[in-house]
Ligand binder design. Structure first.
Ligand code: PMT
Length: 404
């Protein structure tokens, strides 16, 4: 996710400083090279040696160290970094950055750089709510810094409220996000994800194996590339991505209505959900008892959501998925044409590492111009970016995407 990215991690003096050790590991695990800068107060909470061991590099603590120790550190750090992250960021450091005070290595290095910068506030809830701190956060956002929302929950001072350091995976995602070019800015992307459930009685339903991972990866990738994302999700166990709007549905009919309510505002629609084609014709209000002798379930067709959008669409990009067990590409091409899609992403149930539930997928992209791109096995996250890359090439040919 952060392969070959160079991150300067600034740690300031709050109790959440101990979590910076875990954050350093997570950034390195995601592929980044990390250089750590600690304020004097941070060193009261965690030692430079811990960070040096975890980051496998020099930990910078002194503004006025001799230059044989490091080479004009604040300038060298600015040159080195693709991005700066301050985590945890105390009210004090937020105030200093917002006011242009540079009185230690971290604040000086931040003043001396113009790289994407992520600030992760962590402090007592009353400190965070203080109007001066809130005003400083507003100022930082106006200056172009990305300031994360603090987590809500139990705080170190035994109170409960807003002020926790955001969770480490959320910080890593936010770092990926500030480093991602915003080539979907101005696009409104509607994505469906996950399975649908078609109830038979209050305890039983017909569903499929979709976990939602492919659709959620697309939602996150489009969000990180600057799109306003509406995610319409069937039931999943996944944490919701930080997109503009999420609508949870259960049945294919609910998904149909949610898509119909939102599709006209979208410039790109991606239908990654595995929608049930049929539903039980009647829904029993009480649990069906086995002694009643159930001999069959009568089914009726659900609406074909993508076919209906394809028939209505005038502008914008419509992307479908095809999940097949045989004749994958031929069936996918047929669906693309029949349902008036601009692009279809074919994945097979027969290949290991593709399709339902896995963290990887093996996809072939086919577009309306007949271009076919077969991709090797990759993470669903990377597959999502390749799908968005291909959408970008289509919308460039077509001109900026318009609403449907
Ligand atoms: O969720 P994961 O576990 O990560 O798995 C990902 C996935 C396998 C579900 C995903 O990659 C995928 O292939 N999704 C589409 C599965 C599917 O339903 O394929 P299909 O060939 O039956 O449908 C073709 C297209 O029509 C799809 O875009 C589907 O969303 C759409 N459709 C289908 C039926 C219906 N009633 N309405 C629809 O809009």
């Amino acid at each position: 996710m952060l392969e070959n990215k160079k991150i300067v991690l600034g740690i300031t003096g709050g109790i959440a400083a101990y979590k910076a050790a875990e954050l350093t590991r997570a950034l390195i695990k995601a592929g980044a090279e990390v250089r750590v800068v600690m304020t004097k107060s941070a060193m009261q909470f965690i030692t430079p040696l811990t960070l040096q061991t975890l980051s496998q590099g020099q930990v910078y603590t002194e503004m006025f160290a001799s230059t044989d120790q490091y080479d004009m550190a604040h300038i060298a750090l600015a040159d080195f970094a693709d991005a700066f992250v301050v985590a945890p960021a105390t009210g004090n450091v937020i105030g200093k950055i917002a006011s242009g005070i540079a009185d230690d290595l971290l604040t000086t290095a931040i003043m001396a750089q113009n790289k994407p910068t992520l600030i992760c506030p962590a402090m007592n809830d009353k400190m965070l709510a203080n109007p001066v701190v809130q005003d400083n956060i507003r100022k930082l956002r106006q200056f172009g810094y990305t300031v994360m929302e603090s987590g809500v929950g139990e705080l170190a001072c035994k109170t409960s409220g807003s002020g926790r350091l955001p969770e480490i995976p959320e910080i890593v995602e936010a770092v990926a996000s500030i480093l991602t070019p915003k080539d979907f800015a101005g696009e409104r992307v509607l994505i469906t994800a996950g399975p649908t459930e078609e109830p038979l009685d209050p305890v039983r339903f017909i569903t499929n194996l979709s976990s939602g991972k492919m659709g959620y990866a697309l939602a996150l990738a489009a969000h990180q590339r600057g799109a306003q994302v509406t995610l319409i999700s069937g039931p999943t166990k996944l944490s919701p991505p930080p997109v503009k709007e999420i609508i949870f549905v259960r049945t294919a009919l609910e998904m149909y209505h949610a898509v119909m309510d939102h599709y006209s505002k979208a410039t790109v629609i991606i239908k990654a959900a595995a929608v049930a084609d049929y539903r039980p014709i009647s829904l029993a209000s009480e649990k069906i008892k086995k002694d009643k002798g159930l001999t069959g379930i009568e089914l009726t067709r659900n609406p074909d959501i993508i076919a209906e959008i394809g028939a209505k669409k005038k502008k914008g990009i419509l992307v479908g998925f095809a999940m097949e067990t045989q004749d994958l590409l031929a069936n996918a091409r047929q669906k693309l044409l029949k349902k008036n899609m601009d692009m279809i992403v074919a994945n097979s149930l027969r290949e290991a590492g593709a399709g339902f539930q896995t963290d990887t997928n093996i996809i072939t992209i086919i577009d309306r111009n007949g271009k076919t791109v077969a991709l090797d096995k990759m993470t669903k996250r990377n597959a999502a970016h390749r799908i968005l890359d291909h959408i970008r090439t289509l919308s460039k040919k077509k001109g900026p995407s318009k609403k449907q």
